[in-house]
Ligand binder design. Sequence first.
Ligand SMILES: Cc1cc2nc3c(=O)[nH]c(=O)nc-3n(C[C@H](O)[C@H](O)[C@H](O)COP(=O)(O)OP(=O)(O)OC[C@H]3O[C@@H](n4cnc5c(N)ncnc54)[C@H](O)[C@@H]3O)c2cc1C
Ligand SMILES: NC(=O)c1ccc[n+]([C@@H]2O[C@H](COP(=O)([O-])OP(=O)(O)OC[C@H]3O[C@@H](n4cnc5c(N)ncnc54)[C@H](O)[C@@H]3O)[C@@H](O)[C@H]2O)c1
Length: 447
Amino acid sequence: MTKQFDIIFIGSGQGAWNAALPLSQSGKKIAMIERDKILGVCTNYGCNPKIILDGPIKVMEDAELFGAAGLTSEFKLDWQKLMDHKNKILGALPDKMEQNLKQAGIEIIRGEARFVDDHTVEVNNEQYAAENIVIAAGHRPATLGIPGEEYMQTSNEFLYLPELPERIVFIGAGYVSMELASISVKTGAEVHVVQSSDHILNGFPQPYANKLIEKMKQDGIQFHFNDHVTAVEQQGSELTVTTEKGLQLTAGLVINATGRVPNADQLNLEAAGVEYNKHGIVVNDRLQTSQPHIYATGDILDKTQPRLTPTAVFEAKYLAGSLMGMINAPIKYPPIATIAFTVPRIAQIGISIEEAEQSEEYTVKPIELGKQWDFAGRNDTEAHLTLIYNQEQKLVGAAAYSQEALEIINSLTPVITLGLTAEDADKLIYAFPSFETMIPSYLHQAK
Ligand SMILES: Cc1cc2nc3c(=O)[nH]c(=O)nc-3n(C[C@H](O)[C@H](O)[C@H](O)COP(=O)(O)OP(=O)(O)OC[C@H]3O[C@@H](n4cnc5c(N)ncnc54)[C@H](O)[C@@H]3O)c2cc1C
Ligand SMILES: NC(=O)c1ccc[n+]([C@@H]2O[C@H](COP(=O)([O-])OP(=O)(O)OC[C@H]3O[C@@H](n4cnc5c(N)ncnc54)[C@H](O)[C@@H]3O)[C@@H](O)[C@H]2O)c1
């Protein structure tokens, strides 16, 4: 017999549970279908495990900045202990959250969902129907379709590696590769990156990305630009990577990080009449698919906004408000802050440097943060900030290259999003010494 719900969510990641929980609390009968770990990629294979592994790496790099101040202790990182530490923190989280979701009245269904028709999905030969269905099924790592594909691993496996091999080859130079390569080299591995183009971190300011390449090279990362991996072979316990240019690299681990693809093709969306393409599910500005009672949120959307956790959470909260009748307007995204957790970090928000430089509408102001006293104190000589102002002298964009880029961009986010003026900023008293105390002067300097 088909079990009936008000709303079925496919997926249990950030794009799903942030809507499912308030909807259940508002009295809706909710089911959530998950084929893997509860809470999805961010908690299990993305942000959370990555940032725990990155924690000691940041400390090691910060300590190096104080070499001139006499800090000399040499750090050594034990990969197994780092992994155990991460697993201890994260291990219980999905089960704990599953209990919380169940206590809130949500029925968790384990298995792979496929549409039967536009109101019904099938999981393990059982059918479940609902008035509304929310597709929040995310992305999976892309494959290359080359011989030896089966020997390559992805970020999913990297984040659970029991041992760090002596030599690792990363394919691709986007967020995933650059973050995991930073962790690997600082932990002592020999790291190679094979990248199809001549640059890294698409979408980030390229002058900063170029500075990062130089820093990564100094740290020992070996880049092989404008090349493609054509095959991976296993020879004993080692893997050999062959490239188009004839390079041969032997390594204990090869990570394919050449992008991610939407899971839309695995849902039998044809049965429901839901439109999708290779970029994801097509929605309108109310997150409705081509079937108005079926919605989609998170990474699986065909969208221009960055596919990040805060974007998925924003969409989920919008959808919950909309389905509870509290919101009756199209979704309106604020500027979205992004960061690559490399060593150092690169972060940005709002109008990009590239966009600003091509328009007379904007003024671009570069700031050598590394020369300012608080950054100079830690010898962060390369730290840099770019501010972008519009003709009303409001801050509309920012990019930062620094170990502290996360805090810098987050402290500028309300200034940009809420359109704060110099006079607004003068009303704020920040704790001192800190980067934030510079914000009023940055706004006054625009005049
Ligand atoms: C290595 C890595 C690091 C990242 N780091 C960051 C970061 O630092 N900051 C940041 O903001 N973002 C980061 N991201 C991106 C972030 O993880 C995603 O934007 C976020 O997880 C999207 O959430 P979602 O709910 O849309 O999808 P997901 O989290 O992908 O959830 C989708 C869920 O649906 C399930 N599913 C799929 N198909 C089916 C089916 N047919 N039936 C049942 N279940 C199904 C999947 O198993 C999955 O659990 C990172 C991503 C990766 C890969
Ligand atoms: N800090 C964060 O917020 C964070 C961290 C990790 C991942 N993410 C999310 O995950 C997504 C996926 O990250 P990603 O790094 O896998 O993808 P990406 O699209 O950011 O980077 C893929 C890289 O692979 C290269 N490439 C593509 N085909 C190739 C080939 N055949 N050979 C060699 N190189 C090739 C591309 O030029 C690019 O540099 C991101 O777009 C982001 O949404 C976010």
